[in-house]
Design a protein around this ligand. Sequence first.
Ligand code: HEC
Ligand code: HEC
Length: 369
Amino acid sequence: MRLIQFALLAAVLGLTLTACDRGESGKRASDQPGTELPDRQEAIPSPDADSGLPKIQPRPFTEIPDSAFGEKIKRGYQLFVNSQELRGKYVGNALNCVNCHMDAGRRADAAPLWAAYFAYPAYRKKNDKVNSFAERIQGCFTYSANGAPPPADSAEMIALSAYAYWLAMGGLMNHFGIDGAVPEVSDEDLITGAKREDFPLPDAIATALPVEQRDKLPGRGYPKLEKPARDFSPDNGKEVFAKHCMACHGPDGQGYEAAGIYNLPPLWGKDSYNWGAGMHRVNTAAAFIHANMPLGKGIQLTPQQAWDVAAYINAQERPQDPRLADFDGDVQRLKERYHQHPGFYGQKIDGKILGENAYPDFQQMHKRN
Ligand code: HEC
Ligand code: HEC
């Protein structure tokens, strides 16, 4: 009976996904039969902190200009910290970008926006194409926010890109002693990103930061975390969770909300990131957690504790990996194609195969679009 239901669900999933998912060009994927939803959640290398490249400190928000360009920057900030404004349109869970990219995307070692902005466009072997900054953000909408990404040329995407550009550029200008407002650039330049020869930059910055160095700003991604002494274990992680996390994220990992807003975000379940998100990988979550959690007390856990608790939160059911549609609902085939990394998708935990009871809110959301 269960199997039949699952097959039905998979069929619905396949239909709704191909009908509604927007492809790279903003066209619907149904215009391009067989288009796979690519992996834009690959792990980001953590650059060498002593590389001699500038350590960026973004400018204070009071320096955002009072202009049409400044309005885009402010709008990007708003969407980043309160992504729930886009709930049901582009966001399908209870998370905000800022929940993982902390301090409004400004904190080093929490995948800061300023480092990301100079790392795109980037060629990726996996899908054999160049990904723009907007396309990378679309990855986080699809997986981390379990949604349907805004088109690359949408006002929302331009605003988020303008905010990231302003954080990066203001910080770099201060570092190189360049006065004045951050120069305005076109919407087209904004959504592409600054890792290219023809991106408009002051000469001093273009010379000091050659294109091949731009994705290596210290503080990008999460700091490398040493491997655990013994294999990571969800069971051991449960104890770490009870002691160090539960007070804020709740006994069942669902966080806490007031008036519909989660001030303490859910770590698993239907309102958290989905099975395709970078954070579901145990190594990525361990690195994030070790550097940033418990909130305000980062680098308190031992590496082993960080790996174990990352395993615990990622050995729980969460929203489905949207790429399942490309595999006719076959969890094992999807696992083989996209889950060759430390994680629990498709594995049996407590007698259940993870992924087989994943939450279907994602599809419902796509049906509405
Ligand atoms: C559940 C946590 C989570 C949420 C929510 C989230 N992200 Fe991410 N984001 C990640 C992770 C994890 C990575 C990849 C880090 C890695 O693999 O090392 C990432 C990477 C990125 C990158 C590329 C960073 C780089 O240096 O290349 C950008 C840009 C980005 N996210 C923007 C966003 C935006 C915009 C939102 C909101 C729509 C968002 N993210 C929501 C976890 C999240
Ligand atoms: C003092 C409260 C507090 C404690 C304790 C705490 N967190 Fe968090 N956690 C937060 C808050 C608040 C955020 C969102 C950060 C933001 O929006 O700036 C967050 C975000 C996260 C995220 C990313 C967002 C998401 O929902 O997936 C993960 C993963 C996470 N915490 C894991 C942990 C783990 C594991 C522990 C225990 C080792 C822990 N946290 C302890 C408050 C806390």
